[in-house]
Design a protein around this ligand. Structure first.
Ligand code: CTP
Ligand code: CA
Length: 225
């Protein structure tokens, strides 16, 4: 562990963390987005720096101070995040997808602001699917032995949905949050279960986002051996 004066267990490792939420522009002033603040991803970046890693933080639309010691790359859309992940992951030991990624984007970007019409309803917005960055990198690891971690927020059947999602994505670890009033989005703390591809369930009681981040890095370090 990097804390408490012990040898930093991520020294010599390069880790990539995505944080925040991607936004898909509709016109110059509007976008489709989500409520992710980026705080869990920033906590992951800070704790990885403290444990000795070289950290690349891919920040999607966050409004948080850059974590000291991390390389921060700013992105907007899902496609931009995908490009940044693929670039940073080429020599990474671990990739942690804490960002909330927009599943869909508008088919067309309207170059002038969409105006309302006096006597007509607006045109419907046609959407198309975004690439699944986590599934793509899990299936085709840029570096052999790389550890890939996903996050999921679920409202119902948290463990069953989480287990199915871990299998579908093909990642090594999935951090599953139950979405509730004081949990996950925009709050200071987090409570989660970390599912491993090997079938383990590691519960993390409600606490600071750094505490959950340290459990993730413990499991990543264990996987890296
Ligand atoms: N993710 C991704 N690319 C996407 C969508 C999601 O890389 N296009 C990643 C997220 O960063 C997260 C994980 O996949 O680490 C799970 O995201 P989630 O939205 O829970 O998964 P989905 O497969 O999109 O399922 P759902 O239909 O529940 O939204
Ligand atoms: Ca999704």
């Amino acid at each position: 562990r990097g804390t408490g004066g012990l040898a930093p267990d991520l020294a010599g490792r390069h880790v990539v963390v995505s944080a925040g939420g991607t936004r898909e522009p509709l016109d110059p002033v509007r976008f489709l987005g989500n409520r992710s603040s980026g705080r869990q991803g920033y906590a992951l970046a800070r704790t990885a720096v403290a444990r000795g890693a070289r950290v690349t933080l891919l920040a999607a639309n966050t409004a948080l101070p850059d974590p000291a010691g991390a390389d921060v790359v700013r992105v907007g859309t899902t496609v931009e995040l995908q490009d940044a992940v693929l670039k940073a992951a080429a020599d990474a030991d671990a990739v942690v997808m804490a960002a909330a990624v927009a599943d869909f984007r508008p088919v067309t970007y309207v170059t002038g602001k969409i105006k309302k019409k006096e006597d007509r309803d607006p045109e419907p917005i046609a959407l198309t699917r975004n690439p699944d960055i986590l599934a793509g990198i899990s299936a085709d690891r840029p570096r052999p032995g790389q550890v890939v971690v996903g996050f999921a927020a679920e409202t119902d059947d948290v463990l069953a949905n989480g287990r199915a999602k871990l299998a579908r994505k093909g990642c090594d670890l999935l951090v599953v949050n139950e979405v509730g009033e004081s949990k996950a989005f925009g709050s200071d703390g987090n409570e989660a279960v970390v599912l491993t591809a090997g079938g383990r369930e590691v519960p993390v009681p409600y606490g600071p986002k750094e505490a959950l981040a340290d459990v993730v890095w413990d499991l990543v370090a264990e996987s890296l051996g």
